[in-house]
Design a protein around this ligand. Sequence first.
Ligand SMILES: Cc1cc2nc3c(=O)[nH]c(=O)nc-3n(C[C@H](O)[C@H](O)[C@H](O)COP(=O)(O)O)c2cc1C
Length: 311
Amino acid sequence: MTTQTADARALRDAFGAFPTGVTVVTARDQAGAPIGFTANSFTSVSLDPPLLLVCLAKTSRNFATMTGAASFAINVLSETQKDVSNTFARPVEDRFSAVKWEPGEAGSPIFSEVAAWFECAMEQVIEAGDHVILMGRITSFGNSGLNGLGYARGGYFTPILASKAVSAAAEGNIELGAVLERDGEILLLGDEVLALPDCDGREGSPTDILCDYLEQLTGLSVTIGFLYSVYEGKSDGKQHIVYRAFASDGEPRNGRFLKPDALSKARFKTSSTADIVARFAAESQLGNFGVYFGDETVGTVRSVPAKVART
Ligand SMILES: Cc1cc2nc3c(=O)[nH]c(=O)nc-3n(C[C@H](O)[C@H](O)[C@H](O)COP(=O)(O)O)c2cc1C
């Protein structure tokens, strides 16, 4: 890894500290077929005139179509639409079969069950390093009142999960668990049979209890992130509340940091642990390689037309 690549990775991780929503940007290609990709770089820009922007990687397979489109739509995903986000971030053959949609006034696909949507005329395509900025002038929009899906540090978070955790905690008998990450690897305990670190919940702040436990277990300093999963354990009947957590450098006193995508054949303590690790592997692949910060080894680099301005 060159220093430059290492810096790009570090910069991407630092950008990821900024929590955002998640959108799918849609348009039609010249044959009228729907196209779309997941984007969290959406930003509102101006009320008068009504403008918004989103950044598109030059590695996008639909780069030429997207930058040449006369109009496009932004679908702000709601908290139950994590799968839609994943589908539109992967090179899936027919992304649109995963979602119900209807054409907006200008023809761009508007999804059902989104938190909000905006249909725009392309105002400007602005050259911006390895991305372009698509600036849109809003021609119509809708706002359902549904909660938006959140995204931070390469993972999703939702108000639903937080409220599930509150009710799980109220029922007592809770187990606090962690997907403890470092450089794309996660801490697993055990040799033959692998387990995520967890401890009994007790009176007090769950994140403080979990942090103390993880620091004692590993001897590393630990930061607790967003909630990752809340479920009732099939075998123990306990309410499991699992957080993402981040460990400092150093050899852990217990357990090993392992790459989650190399664990498809591993044996896990419970099926829920296996599910969590598999889900984490799939999602971190999207976050890391898939391919918002793709480089020329991922996808096709297409030439970018000089600044295109439309009014
Ligand atoms: C949460 C999330 C946010 C993303 N945000 C962007 C973005 O703002 N701009 C972008 O070009 N790609 C972004 N991506 C990556 C694209 O969705 C991904 O590279 C997709 O495969 C591009 O599809 P395409 O090549 O068919 O255009 C994001 C991916 C995820 C999972």
